[in-house]
Design a protein around this ligand. Sequence first.
Ligand code: C2G
Length: 709
Amino acid sequence: MNNLISVITPAENNEKYINTALESLRNQEYTNFEALVLHSDIETLKSIVNDEYLNDDRYRFINTPADIYVGATRNIGIEQAKGAYLYFLDSDDYIAENMLQLLHDSIGEFPMIRGRMKTTDFSTSSVIILPGTNKIKMYSTRRYNLLRSESAINYLISKNFIDNMNLRFSEQFKTYSDLTFMVPLMEEIDIVPYAEEAIYFRRRGNDPINNPTLRQSSLEQLTPDLFGVYNQLRSDNMSEEGRKYLDDKLLNFYRKRLVTEFRDDTTIDYYFSGLVESINKIDPDRLKNKDFILKNDVKVIKSNNKRRFRKLSNLNHFLRDIKNGISSRKGRKELIYKRIFNYMKPKDKLVVFESFQGKSYSDSPKYIYEYMLKNKSNYIYVWVMNNSNKIPGNPKTVKRNTLKYYYYIARAKYIVSNVRMPNKYIKRPEQSYLQTWHGTPLKRLAGDMDNVHMPGTNAVRYKKNFNRETNKWDYLIAPNQYSADIFRRAFWFNNTMLKTGYPRNDILTNHNDEDTINRLKRINRIPTDKKIILYAPTWRDDEYFKVGKYKFNLKLDLHRMKEQFGDEYIILLRMHYLVASNMDLTGLEDFAYDVSSYSDVSELYLMSDILITDYSSVFFDYANLRRPILFFTYDIEKYQGQLRGFYIDMETELPGPLLMDNDEVMDAIQNIDAVNEKYEDRYNEFYERFCSWDDGRASEKVVDAVFEK
Ligand code: C2G
């Protein structure tokens, strides 16, 4: 059909977003298109696709063989296409409404035109194009710049032209196959128009560990593919632009990806012969204005002497470390850590403890430590503490991220931490790393998060870093079966799961008595004649001052609470450790106490009669005490929908009521007995599910499992 555009959309592994892609087609101003949707289980895919597309014959659903690569899938699309033009749209992406119209109107007699790409993390984005602002630029000698993204998507291409060239994608390579189609095409075409206002939204994959996009594939996959594609395409008959494009791609890949990989010099074996073959094809002139190190590397690679190359690579890394080391204090620390401390033998009995990045002496590391102090001899203990704090047993203390800190984390035999270690931490084979983690998960964790709204990162970087960290864990504590299941998946964890309950909760079983409670109150100068409400909310990913310092906007009406309950209660305000806001408690003296810097929240639980929280994991632990819990969830819609999403149903599975405003909070406190009664059954179920492993002996069980007798 005249002017019909065939949109080719492989949907394998990207089922989740297919409706968005199809919707962006439905919304096109240009309606003369057919969409070829390809999948190896097309019936299942059709069950996900909205009816309106199934009932519209412009959408053609085509079954493809299993286990073929995307190049082969696209070739099937090309074979079946009936249009005058081809357009490749990936099923996790979407296009602006005017896309096909603009490309169609602007292509004229040219065989191919390209639109602009924008990378996005989000499920929908929009652009406003003012009428008449569309500009067409012509690319001739610079046409390979359009191929920087290495992709065939977002070009409108004349089908006739492809047929005349008899051009198809290579089916042999999983990654980089787009180049096998696009480079020959670029070679045939002198001028490619570029429509700046035709926008293609390319979604950054957000699951690099479990479901990587092709470009997020492992180096083991990417490297031989790139070498293969390069060798197949690179010939002396090509245009100078084409040869330069391919040579630079190879050199950049070497410099940016392989060199880093070669820090571990055992990896050289796997890549070396392929590297030699491809590097030998590079035009020597290409290296003229490159730096000395690259030139030298290429020379040695060409000599095909692996032993010599390994030596050179190690020397380069050493010099690079020295260079970073002399340029800053931070670099010096890293250099000494990597190159000196890390070569010293770990000390057999040395244990480093860290809780919340050295912010407090608390949580499970504290209880494991205190158990060891009583029951183990001969161990040497180091605590990571940023502020001086008296710790029983007088262990050595070090501040986080100091040179001393790096000394001890290199030389310890055991690391015990409840949060992530610095990215720089190198796990040594002789070391045991016990990760206690710090709560039963309510909010989606790590690998289970779809979007990441924290400052300074995005889903891909966050998950990759997280995965690098969890790979270092030898032991992980699970407080209940529910957490064990989530941890395995969300942390990609395959090592030893200690199904012991939380050491930090031992105290709630072993010391839930009046003597302890009164003693704690006296030590902390908290009145003993009033009941205590503890308010312990969590943090909000998207409310922050800067990286790692979050804001908290106190919504609880403390003045009203004081007026109504001041005779009977006091309230302890406990902000999350990531929150850096200061509270103004003027006029609330003798009623509200800021206990945010109090190190051990378990002791606060013991002292309190009612807990008010929101989406913090504190309630899973507090439920051990079987005391009333109220949920002040004024922003649940935003928190659940937009920021994180929950693992359990807050409406039906919590051991207490969701309260949306201060009136409801006041009312619940006023009628706390009625609340208890109403939630009794649910509380029991909740306790069974989340608290039944906590039997007061978790520290003992963990220590028995991890430390030598
Ligand atoms: N915490 C605290 N005071 C608060 C909130 C939390 O002392 N006001 C402590 C508790 O020990 C709690 C832990 O920090 O269990 C984790 O806090 P969460 O609010 O649950 O938030 P987060 O740090 O994001 O960890 O699997 C657990 C999740 O990762 C949550």
